[in-house]
Design a protein around this ligand. Sequence first.
Ligand SMILES: [Zn+2]
Length: 288
Amino acid sequence: MKNSLSLALLPIIGLGVYAAKVDPMSEADLVQANLPKVEKSKTKHQILCFSKPFGFRHNSIEIGETMLRVMGQETGLFEVTFSDELSNFAPENIKKFDAICFNNNTHIQKGMKDEALRKSLIAYVKNGGGIFAIHSATDGGWPEYIDMIGGNFRGHPWGAGGTWDISNEDPKHPIVKDVHGGKGFKLKDELYVYNDFDRGDQRVLMALDMKSEVNGTRKGPREDNDYALAWVKKYGEGRVFVSAFGHNKEVFYNPEILKMWVEGFRYILGDTDVETESVPKPASNLPK
Ligand SMILES: [Zn+2]
């Protein structure tokens, strides 16, 4: 009797000890610990973070906001205004910002129906504004928005529960050269495939590795096998960075993804100039 009682108590005691010893890191701590150490920026830019979904709501929206707040503080690159008010896009308001981060907002065309606001956003970017688009920011839009982003969500055969092979297609490019040392890598995330995507309109940095066996367990709809996952482009005078990564929360404190995102921000904010001319898909990243 005595023995069975102490055995029954063991898990409870064990848990108590575990809880007392382990102080789980907050999401902000995780982002801070995993951010690349960069020299503090001399210019602090102003960013609007818009996170309102008008379709599917990702539960990584909050950690996306945390990531932005911590990245802004740690790098000195920017201060963030978090607001889901569409009035931010009116001409007199949008001009206060150097860039906009679209943080997993979905189906923006269903919320931003006002033609004047749409025109204001497009004109803002064409005149030199920056856009940082995370994951479902690429899901939806009206024609000019989709043209500005460079693609529109079609589906995600490579789903959030899988760990997929990613190819670094431009290993010398400043935005991705340090990500896993410029080499390919594995990532657990939901990876989008796009309609209205034309490689000729943007500089693709990362894509699904189409030689990968695990990726080959799923089939995508594109005959050209071009499944781009991160790119940069000029849009008029404006600068756009797109990351299909950003469904799973862990992506937001993945140290390698954070390297790419810091450099993506430096580009869209005009702190760095990078090549945005289109390059052909590397033959090495096509199925044999
Ligand atoms: Zn998603």
